[in-house]
Design a protein around this ligand. Structure first.
Ligand code: FB9
Length: 487
């Protein structure tokens, strides 16, 4: 529909709705909207367009198929010959099951048990469903609401929200709008026609076209900002491109005992294929076995019969601390003070709820140096979280199998006006570090948090399914503002 057609039809009607105009002209509603926008862009006093939201019923693809091929119950009825038909043969028809139950409930057919056949109870039937849907397609309100609800239940129609415009004539209404020129061309200058041509006034307020570019998901924006914070603090990113990890690196190397509940399939995803990992540094593995079963380095160990088969089992890593263990082991041979970080997906067999999925992104910072103390850890946590806009911190003693002491980290969140948990931290235990061969005086401090929690708080998202997963509204991804974690 072009602007002239729209203006002529509005002129005849005085008022009109864009959705009704689209139906009357049998064209797509967006074409009418396009013509309205062209007129408003030229001059917003020619027509007035009041936005309205209404509900309407439209046919599903099944509904469209009924209009084309008839309703399932009529097709089943018509497929029954006058002397009846075996049910098995009748069920060969497409959608026979639905058609059969509808035809039975309408009393059109019956089961003749003596002849073991399906028979007609009446001579002929009217395809009311097809008639109703044909009417509905032309006009939303043609059929009774109770019937609509039945067809909705049968997935033949669905209710949709229509955003349309009620059009009326503006004070400068005309059916002959002259399309104002927007470009001064060489021909106009040469011919002199520019002298009599109407040019559109330049709109210096007009915004630029939204570039048809992609948009970063909020999680990736926060990840980029947190990565930048670590890099500016001199940390090196760890390689985390392995979601599958052996239980050895995910648990045993961290001095996490093989009976620990976190190692149970209720908490951890174990792999069927490949079920196990085979290659471990034998000398290191022996030391891990020793420290678990008999202790060492001043520790009494756990005193159980450590099993290599248990350590070989592959899992979806439950924390990126498994990567930290690999990296610290790699440091041991030629140790120098190092700061590592990682941000990547981890997987836990969690009970799903509004804020928990079976996976999340863990953020982890690790510092290995001589004679580090808990004070160093607290100091670096203040430095890190300050860059995330959190300055008022509190620490609460906690327990992790691989760190001692451990602390939960809390901050007073001004926006939420309450204390919130923002992470966990600790000093890796000697039973973890010494079997790796790290020098005696080396301590390692580390901390972790998630990516999802800060992102949800920053972007005001309450349900994790609005942030990740198939139900994410891509408009949210396009609209959400730039990430400023320190604001
Ligand atoms: O992220 C968490 N909370 C958080 C972080 C930042 C934030 O910023 C807002 C803008 C202001 C807000 C909240 N938490 C950790 C705390 C809780 O959300 C907690 O309920 C959920 N935790 C996850 C694990 O849950 C199964 C968050 C995740 C977590 C917890 C611990 C670690 C990593 C992630 C760790 C660790 C660690 C400890 C010692 C050594 C090495 C790693």
């Amino acid at each position: 529909m072009d602007t002239k057609q729209l203006l002529n039809q509005l002129n005849a009607k005085n008022v009109a709705n864009t959705f009704d105009l689209a139906k009357e002209n049998n064209i797509d509603h967006q074409k009418v909207i396009g013509a309205v926008n062209s007129i408003l862009a030229l001059n917003n006093n020619i027509i007035f367009a009041e936005p309205i939201t209404s509900k309407c019923w439209e046919l599903t693809s099944e509904g469209e198929s009924v209009i084309l091929h008839g309703s399932y119950e009529v097709n089943v009825f018509n497929a029954i010959p006058s002397d009846g038909i075996a049910q098995k043969e009748l069920m060969q028809l497409s959608n026979a099951k639905i058609g059969f139950s509808q035809a039975m409930s309408k009393g059109w057919i019956a089961i003749d048990r003596s002849a073991n056949k399906i028979i007609r109870k009446i001579d002929s039937v009217l395809d009311q469903v097809k008639e109703d849907l044909t009417k509905l397609k032309l006009n939303c309100d043609e059929i009774d609401n109770s019937i609509k609800q039945d067809y909705k239940k049968r997935k033949l129609i669905r209710e949709v929200v229509i955003k349309s415009f009620n059009l009326s004539k503006g004070p400068e209404f005309t059916t002959s709008i002259m399309k104002l020129e927007t470009e001064l061309t060489p021909d106009m200058i040469l011919s002199g026609s520019w002298k009599t041509t109407e040019f559109k006034t330049y709109n210096f307020e007009a915004l630029g076209q939204m570039p048809a570019a992609g948009c970063l998901h909020p999680l990736l924006k926060v990840r980029a900002d947190i990565r930048q914070i670590f890099l500016e603090m001199g940390f090196t990113e760890m390689p985390t491109n392995n979601f599958v990890e052996s239980s050895f690196w995910n648990f045993d190397s961290l001095f996490q005992p093989q009976q620990h509940p976190a190692r149970d399939s209720h908490d951890t995803f174990f792999l069927d294929d490949p079920k196990t990992s085979e290659n471990f540094p034998q000398e290191y593995l022996d030391k891990v076995k020793e420290v678990h079963s008999k202790g060492g380095y001043g520790s009494q160990g756990y005193g159980y019969d450590w099993s290599k088969d248990e350590a070989k089992k592959n899992v979806l890593r439950t924390h990126t601390t498994a990567v930290s263990a690999r990296m610290l082991y790699g440091l041991a041979k030629n140790f120098k003070p190092t700061k590592y970080f990682s941000i990547d997906r981890v997987f836990r067999n969690e009970t799903l709820d509004a804020t928990h999925l079976a996976e999340f992104h863990q953020v982890e910072g690790v510092i290995a140096d001589y004679n580090l103390t808990l004070g160093d850890l607290i100091g670096v946590l203040y430095m890190f979280f300050e860059r995330l806009g959190m300055t008022e911190l509190k620490f609460k003693p906690a327990y992790n199998p691989y760190t001692e002491p451990s602390m939960e980290i809390f901050c007073y969140h001004q926006g939420l006006e309450k204390w919130i948990e923002i992470g966990n931290s600790g000093m890796f235990r000697p039973e973890m570090l010494l079997p790796m061969g790290l020098p005696d005086k080396v301590n390692v401090i580390a901390w972790g948090l998630s990516l999802e929690r800060p992102t949800m708080i920053k972007y005001g998202i309450n349900n994790i399914r609005d942030l990740v997963g198939p139900k994410v509204n891509l408009q949210m991804v396009q609209n959400n503002p730039i990430c400023r974690l320190d604001k």
